[in-house]
Design a protein around this ligand. Structure first.
Ligand SMILES: Cc1ncc(COP(=O)(O)O)c(C=O)c1O
Length: 407
């Protein structure tokens, strides 16, 4: 049975107090906590197997190489891709930059359109601005409705501009909205666009199958899905990755090097210059095994239950104005809100004094916040260890905000 209060016991950090109160961690959208088996896997790697990879010179080197390969195959299976299509990077941000620089600079020209959305995290907007500046391409953003959904009519309208690249978040980090990415991908392919999905907030909470989605690139971070910081994944279609030039160059990704030029090795190494984060990949593999043991169906169900419970409680709190769709079935991972009359940072400070960790600010979505007419918002976000007690603790701590700031 899926019992988040038992699951919590697998996460050593929950044995600590914060400001004299048991930790209530509602900031998993920023980064998740890590179960003991992930910490153990990283430690064991360093204690027993640590060596550099791809060198073939000794036993430890072979073990480290085999562990990296195994981690890659576990990730590939988890998201329904091929091993050669899994590129290990540091995080979603690096994965998107890889596509922006290695694909974007070579394939975009003056006047070409990059279509994205108003709800993107800065990680999926700023790299495109950089590439647009260098190539002369233009950025168009599909609008978000007042109900916090992507405006699919506006999206369809902007597809008529025949964008070369279409990119969108699978799940919005600020609104929690789950976008219909499979349908959006099909529509984008209909006008000949290449499609990149930012899956940072989706992979931790739902079964993602890149082949079923039909997209060309899919990016996500290990640290938001119970894995370590410093390891992330870009999945890309082999046919496209093969044609692309490398992003970073140096050791580990070459075939032959001459004084004036070099040739590249095959996928995925062509995109993994330098020493890889083997311990991170091994930790990510342990996180995936942990999630698979819980069952992604159950993980998804629990996520929707927490979102629905948080909405049902928060909508009764005076001064709280919820952001994003009210229907929990259309969202995942988080509930954002505005506390009328009190700055989000002040709300966060009072909640922290009660041991409740939430996020405040623009959540790296300044364009979205501007379109919603907000400077900042508060976000409670969840993962497998989140309990209804955690959400009740948030609601009680919001009472203190009322007491401190009065009317
Ligand atoms: C939707 C989305 N995209 C991208 C990112 C960037 O992730 P990272 O900081 O791991 O690169 C985040 C992080 O919060 C996110 O929520």
């Amino acid at each position: 049975m899926f019992d988040p209060s038992l699951i919590k016991k697998d996460f050593p950090i929950f044995s600590r107090n914060v400001n004299g109160k048991p930790l209530v961690y509602l900031d998993s959208g920023a980064t998740s906590q890590k179960p003991g088996i992930v910490l153990d896997a990283e430690r064991e790697y360093y204690e027993k197997h640590n060596a550099n990879v791809h060198r073939g010179a000794h036993t430890l080197g072979d073990e480290a190489t085999a562990m990296l390969a195994l981690a890659r195959s576990v990730v590939a299976k988890f998201v329904g891709g091929r091993e050669s299509e899994i590129i290990f990077v540091r995080n979603t941000t690096e994965a998107i930059n890889l596509v922006a620089y290695a694909w974007g600079l070579d394939n975009l020209r003056t006047g070409d359109v990059i279509l994205s959305t108003e709800m993107e995290h800065h990680a999926n907007l700023v790299p495109w601005q950089q590439v647009a500046e260098r190539t002369g391409a233009k950025i168009e953003l599909a609008k978000v409705t007042s109900g916090g959904l992507l405006d699919l009519e506006d999206y369809a309208r902007k597809l008529k501009l025949k964008p070369k690249l279409v990119t969108m978040a699978h799940v919005s980090n600020a609104l929690g909205t789950v976008n219909p990415v499979k349908e959006m991908t099909k529509m984008a392919h209909g006008v000949g666009a290449v499609v990149l999905i930012d899956g940072a907030q989706a992979v931790p909470h739902m079964r993602v199958n890149v082949t079923d989605l039909g997209c060309d690139f899919y990016a996500f971070s290990g640290h938001k899905m119970l894995g370590p910081m410093g390891i992330g994944v870009l999945w890309g279609k082999k046919e496209i990755l093969t044609k692309m030039s490398p992003f970073l160059t140096g050791g580990g990704m070459i075939n032959e090097v001459y004084p004036d030029h070099s040739t590249w090795t095959d996928l995925p190494d062509k995109f993994e210059a330098g020493t890889p984060n083997v311990a991170g990949a091994v930790g990510l593999m342990a996180a995936i095994e942990y999630l698979e043991t819980l069952g992604m169906e159950q993980v998804g169900r629990h996520d929707r239950e927490m979102v629905a419970y948080a909405i049902s409680k928060l909508e009764k709190v005076d001064k709280v104005k919820l952001l994003g769709p009210v229907n929990a079935e259309l969202r995942s991972g988080s509930v954002g809100f505005e506390y009328m009359g009190v700055h989000a940072h002040d709300v966060a400070t009072v909640l922290d004094s009660e041991g409740v960790a939430i996020r405040s600010g623009h959540h790296c979505t300044m364009v979205l916040h501007k379109s919603l007419g907000l400077a900042a918002s508060v976000r409670a976000s969840f993962n497998v260890y989140t309990t209804t007690d955690d959400i009740d603790a948030l609601i009680s701590a919001l009472d203190k905000v009322k007491k401190v700031f009065g009317k």
